[in-house]
Design a protein around this ligand. Structure first.
Ligand code: FAD
Length: 243
């Protein structure tokens, strides 16, 4: 490559990476206009809005016109669905640790359900193993298409896996556990591509769990309640999805 190319590439990369500065300015402006956490009813947060899902859907159409709109208003997937999970099913400790920073847009989050080895549109197929060992959950498995996984601010992953593979009720076999970013054994791989776009560096990435250990209190709602949690998340989430 020529020296001119190398120089231009560096200048361009720095320019493009300035986006976070703009985003922080836009977040302040959106907040001052009351355009913050609009996906949540006001009774749950100091921000939010008293909207029906239908009304919120029409606002999502406007936010979705700009790639910056949903992030600037803290209404971007997958954080919105993850905030709803914590709000409805999280313990006080889980809310303090993860929900309030998310509502404030201090961190981002990811939801890890889909797996390369199974037809993941049916969540009962999900096969990542989550085993109780002593006072910890030990997680092993592979996921892909995990939005936000490569985002530098993504600090927490909500992971669906099998805790009771032999439970007679197929809808009581799975659980959702919270995995903080950087937990040993947890690695983030390549971003997947859609029509040639990889959405890098935030991605929709491959992620892998190899003997990843988290404390028992990181479970959401309880053992075997994963299907219930994700249905509660994805039902309204699919209607509200803005990115
Ligand atoms: C941009 C993007 C972002 C995403 N972000 C996330 C994310 O953050 N977290 C996450 O967990 N996932 C994410 N996904 C993954 C997405 O949710 C899954 O792709 C989706 O749930 C479908 O699962 P699958 O890819 O395994 O397809 P499959 O389940 O294999 O389905 C493929 C096709 O087969 C059909 N099919 C499946 N089973 C049957 C059957 N038994 N009989 C007949 N037809 C069947 C389906 O209807 C579909 O048409 C993302 C995907 C994209 C494209």
């Amino acid at each position: 490559m020529s020296p001119e190319f190398t120089r231009l590439r560096k200048v361009l990369a720095d320019f493009v990476e300035k986006e976070p500065e703009i985003i922080e300015k836009l977040k302040k402006r959106a907040r001052s206009l009351g355009l913050w956490n609009l996906f949540l009813p006001k009774q749950y947060t100091k921000s939010g809005a008293q909207l029906t899902t239908y009304e919120y859907g029409m606002l999502s159409e406007i936010m979705g016109r700009s790639i910056l709109g949903p992030v600037a208003t803290n209404c971007a997937a997958p954080d919105t669905g993850n905030m709803e999970v914590l709000l409805h099913y999280g313990t006080e400790e889980q809310k303090n640790k993860w929900l309030y920073p998310l509502l404030d847009s201090k961190i981002r989050s990811a939801f890890a359900m889909t797996e390369p080895a199974v037809a993941s549109s049916d969540a009962t197929n999900i096969n990542t193993h989550i085993r109780k060992v002593g006072n910890e959950w030990v997680i092993n498995g592979e996921k892909w298409w995990i939005s936000n996984a490569g985002h530098p601010d993504c600090k927490v992953f909500f992971v669906l896996g099998v805790t009771s593979p032999d439970h007679p009720d197929i809808h009581r076999r799975h659980s959702v556990v919270i995995v903080p970013a950087g937990t040993p054994g947890f690695t983030i791989g390549r971003p997947m591509t859609i029509y040639g776009y990889d959405d890098a560096p935030h991605g929709h990435c491959e992620v892998s769990f190899k003997d990843v250990r988290v404390p028992l209190e990181n479970i959401i709602l309880g053992e075997g309640r994963g299907f219930e949690v994700i249905q509660g998340r994805l039902g309204p989430g699919k209607l509200k999805h803005t990115k």
